[in-house]
Ligand binder design. Structure first.
Ligand code: BGC
Length: 378
């Protein structure tokens, strides 16, 4: 009892003194209201070492992600908006979960078990990133979690049979985890009651120099891939798996993104720059290094590890200065890049590509990690 009386003044003081910095963990606030009246929330996830990730349950969009430069200064390294309305109005998939199928399906059509399925066509004649209302434009159920030094968000979505033309009810869970060693882990899971293609990914645009409109052409990129899948003018794979050696697609050694991006090369012309799938080396189900990006002025490094067989490197070719994002940044041509881990585009129509078909009784399960460090760490 005496011990308690001695402690009491300290207890009272600590309750009434100004709030210290918030504990690492997850806090939430309202982001905005959907046209149907439902509310979108932002979850702010803070790591014990200082990284902050903000995610909204609308589209699972990462709206903010800070990472330290070589002097320990944390800055936002993803493109996006600071208000909900802007995401509703127009977004090139900034920060969103992509599904049911990441990238394109030719003519919005595929055959499965003797049946032809017609999907929403939202990219000329083709189907892109899950259709008109893909997983990037739906409200997910969100559940924050904290386990020791790791904090994150579990996102769940029930995609009904026939949504955007896809067969089967698909139950999807995507977990975002922010770790104390500056990693963001994406864990994807899905089950279905009817065979369906599934190819989930994350569509964050990065500029590792920090929040600005500067181009990403000086970022140095390494891709752990000896081959890529060439495309036609509509960005549909031709089916060929071509060696990168001797082409502007060889990033096996770190190379500035801009070094060869304007070369007179048929594939660069078709992609309007880089907008291709690289075939990752190694066994497809093993977690392994897929990409490393180094930004020379800030010293920031981002590594991508994945269990997926491919990675879409998109150099922001369709950004054209018409969108204004956070901090008033005007998103100019090639001011952000995406590294979307995935199965290959148009796989449902390409029998030689690894299968993307999920059947009842099976569980779709895959993980990808974005790891942040700096050149001062090594
Ligand atoms: C695709 C691009 C597309 C972009 C949408 C990328 O994943 O590869 O072709 O324009 O997403 O912003």
């Amino acid at each position: 009892m005496r011990r308690f009386l001695i402690l009491l003044p300290f207890l009272v003081m600590s309750c009434t003194s100004p709030q210290p910095d918030p504990e690492p963990g997850v806090r939430s606030r309202t982001f905005g209201t959907l046209p149907d009246g439902r509310e979108a929330t932002i979850y702010q996830i803070e790591s014990p070492t200082g990284m902050v990730m903000e995610v909204t349950n609308y589209g699972g969009i990462i709206t903010r992600l800070t990472a330290p430069n070589r002097d320990g200064i944390y800055e936002d390294v993803v493109l996006g908006y600071d208000n909900f309305g802007a995401y509703l109005e127009e977004t090139p998939y900034f920060g969103a979960i992509i599904g049911r199928y990441g990238n394109r399906i030719a003519d919005g059509e595929f055959e499965l078990d003797g049946e032809t399925y017609s999907l929403a066509k939202n990219n000329g004649e083709n189907h892109l990133h899950g259709g008109i209302q893909g997983f990037d434009k739906v409200l997910w159920e969100a559940e924050p979690f904290s386990v020791e030094n790791e904090h994150g968000l579990i996102l769940r979505y029930e995609s009904p049979d026939g949504e955007e033309g896809y067969p089967g009810n698909l139950s999807v869970t995507v977990t975002y985890t922010l770790t104390a060693d500056n990693r963001v882990i994406f864990s994807y899971q899905a089950t279905t009651d009817k065979a369906t293609p599934v190819n989930l990914t994350q569509h964050s645009y990065f500029n590792l120099a920090g929040p600005s409109s500067e181009s990403i052409l000086d970022h140095e990129l390494m891709l752990a891939a000896d081959h890529f899948t060439p495309v036609d003018e509509g960005l549909i794979p031709t089916g060929e798996i071509r060696p990168v050696e001797g082409t502007p697609f060889d990033f096996t050694e770190p190379t500035p993104i801009g070094a060869r991006i304007d070369q007179d090369d048929e594939q660069i012309v078709n992609g309007l720059g880089y907008d291709h799938n690289w075939v990752l080396s190694g066994l497809s189900s093993d977690m392994r290094l897929a990409a490393r990006v180094h930004e020379p002025t800030s010293g920031r490094i981002m590594e991508v590890m994945t269990e997926e067989p491919g990675i879409q490197f998109y150099s922001g070719n369709f950004l054209d200065g018409t969108l204004t994002g956070k901090y008033g940044a005007v998103y100019e041509h090639r001011s952000g890049f995406c590294l979307e881990t995935q199965h290959f585009p148009d796989s449902p129509n390409q029998p030689a590509f690894p299968s993307t078909i999920l059947r009842p009784g099976e569980t779709y399960q895959t993980r990808t990690v974005y790891a942040f460090s700096t050149d001062a760490d090594s």
